[in-house]
Ligand binder design. Structure first.
Ligand SMILES: [Fe+2]
Length: 543
């Protein structure tokens, strides 16, 4: 029997004070010795009468054991919700318990609040008080909402740059933020490098164990720009692949790995612990329920999808391929249950705008100018029957304004969605907006033409830009306006933000109208450095 085990037995036998027997440290169970609020605060999944408030205690956030330097015991965490930033009008307060087996995370799920209202929240643990966060309830389901300011983001590789885009997003003060996946990356330091070298390094090895994933999430959450974005508004998050492993598909890892299900379980556990998710997303075994709907009055319904957990494995070994599996009607990217849930949601919807918040490129992107099609096996192109069933579902249900929001590809794109991409007379039935990465891929460069070379034979592709940034939308009864915001650089901190292009989608008119085109100022352009094709090459690896 080891010394530490004996110490533990003594402790559990009722000893009030733990006395290490021969110098080995017993798990510390005393008071907090440093500020545990190093990971900031967050809120998420607003509905008309509540939301989730989140924090996680970690006085030593980068601790390799993933436990954040916390005493090995449950810690009561007091929370307060107020109508004002100074907490003069406290509306609710309570105490949650941060448990070691939940990574000392706190998820406070509130209900019974007034719809369409702004709130402020904070936490207290022993003698320490957290920063203040701002959040809001969604409008009442029956409310005729004039406007929603919603921004969406994806792909924040800590090593590839500074999270300035999150800071600029926070400065806009949106009402709702969607994160569409690749919130963090699994790699060991120096294994996913940008040209010129990474300006920051991951802590710890490639994430495989629960300790690894907890440590990695903690490292990301220490970033002040990310904390600012979480504190400004409620988020609705969905994952892509890198929160677990590059290009995983249901129970199939990227490379054969007999321990993949244990790895997936660990990744899901840490994801839940570190995100403002409701208790419906508490992981159960290898599963975590992530797809769900959010309603913003009668203005917008957000169908948040999970295209990783239930998909068939990528066809033809992934990458860009001319692959028969892409056309196999038996293959699915959503799985049958989620597909049914989504199609039912279309049929029941009374929203002005039906928005899919999801991971991978929805519209067709054939990278081959010749007669054969060469398509990304990881995106909806690799699951064409799935795409057709969803596209047909909009039409059959009479969805008024179908919109798809996408991340993953580390570039801004905008495209028009068709029932048949091969028929030039096929009507546009929906619109896709794709946000670039927060940092993944490094600085990138402007594309003066405003579009990608593939647009020549994919005419539904209307906009492309290969700088980092996010998409800011304003959704009204009459239109959805999308500003494609870019930053001239991310490998040093503090870049200004610049609206590179603005597109409008009008009510009942699927497709894109460009209303602004603002190429980067000449000083921030890198001549001859259009990385479009290079980005595409990276996509086959690990966006
Ligand atoms: Fe990515």
């Amino acid at each position: 029997m080891s010394v530490s085990r004996r110490t533990l037995l003594l402790t559990t036998a009722g000893a009030a004070t733990v006395i290490p027997l021969t110098g080995a440290a017993a798990p510390y169970r005393g008071p907090l010795r440093a500020d545990p609020f190093t990971l900031g605060v967050a809120s998420g999944d607003p509905d008309p009468d509540g939301f989730v408030l989140w924090t996680r205690l970690a006085p030593v956030p980068l601790a390799a054991d993933g436990l954040g330097g916390m005493p090995y015991r449950s810690v009561p965490v007091a929370w307060e919700l107020a109508a004002d930033e100074r907490f003069r009008k406290v509306i609710r307060r309570g105490v949650a318990v941060a448990r070691p087996d939940r990574g000392h995370s706190v998820h406070v799920e509130l209900d019974g609040l007034s719809p369409g209202r702004e709130f402020f929240y904070r936490f207290r643990a022993e003698r320490f008080t957290s920063p203040v966060g701002r959040t809001r309830t969604a409008p009442a389901r029956s409310a005729r909402v004039a406007a929603l300011a919603m921004s969406f983001v994806s792909c924040s590789q800590y090593e590839h740059g500074y999270f300035t885009a999150y800071r600029r997003l926070a400065e806009d003060e949106p009402e709702l933020i969607l994160h569409l996946g690749d919130y963090q990356y699994e790699y060991a330091p120096d294994t996913y490098n940008i040209p010129g070298g990474n300006p920051r390094d991951h802590e710890g090895p490639e994430t495989v164990t629960l300790a690894n994933y907890r440590q990695r999430h903690a490292q990301y959450k220490t970033d002040p720009d990310l904390q600012a974005a979480h504190a400004v508004a409620p988020w609705a998050v969905v994952w892509d692949d890198h929160e677990t492993e590059n290009n995983w598909a249901d129970e199939v890892p990227e490379q054969p790995d007999p321990n993949f299900l244990a790895r997936r379980t660990a990744a899901f556990q840490a994801y839940y612990e570190n995100m403002p998710l409701r208790r419906t997303s508490v992981p159960r075994g290898i599963d975590l329920q992530l797809y769900r709907r959010l309603h913003w009055g009668r203005l917008a319904t957000f169908h948040m999808l999970d295209t990783r957990q239930y998909r068939d494995d990528q066809g033809c070994g992934d990458g860009y391929k001319d692959c028969p599996a892409a056309y196999d009607p038996a293959r699915s990217i959503t799985g049958p249950e989620q597909e049914k849930w989504l199609l039912d949601g279309f049929r029941r919807s009374t929203a002005r705008w039906d928005v899919l918040g999801q991971q991978v490129f929805f519209g067709q992107r054939d990278n081959n100018s010749g007669p054969s099609k060469v398509l990304s096996m990881d995106s909806w192109d690799g699951y064409q029957a799935s795409r057709e069933r969803i596209t047909r579902g909009w039409v059959d249900a009479g969805v008024r304004n179908p919109i798809v929001l996408t991340g993953d590809v580390h570039a801004h794109w905008a495209d028009e969605l068709k029932l048949d991409y091969d028929d030039p007379t096929s009507k546009t039935v929906g619109t896709e907006l794709v946000c670039s990465s927060i940092t993944s891929g490094g600085n990138g460069a402007d594309v003066a033409s405003g579009n990608h070379p593939w647009a020549a034979w994919n005419p539904h592709l209307r906009f492309y830009n290969n700088q980092r940034g996010y998409v800011r939308t304003t959704i009204t009864q009459d239109s959805l306006t999308a500003d494609f915001v870019v930053l001239p650089y991310v490998t040093t901190a503090g870049a200004p933000a610049h609206t590179r292009a603005t597109f409008v989608v009008e009510d009942r008119v699927p497709g894109l109208h460009q209303v602004a085109d603002n190429p980067a100022p000449a000083t921030s352009l890198r001549a001859g450095n259009d990385l479009g094709e290079q980005t595409v090459q990276q996509e086959t690896d690990r966006p």
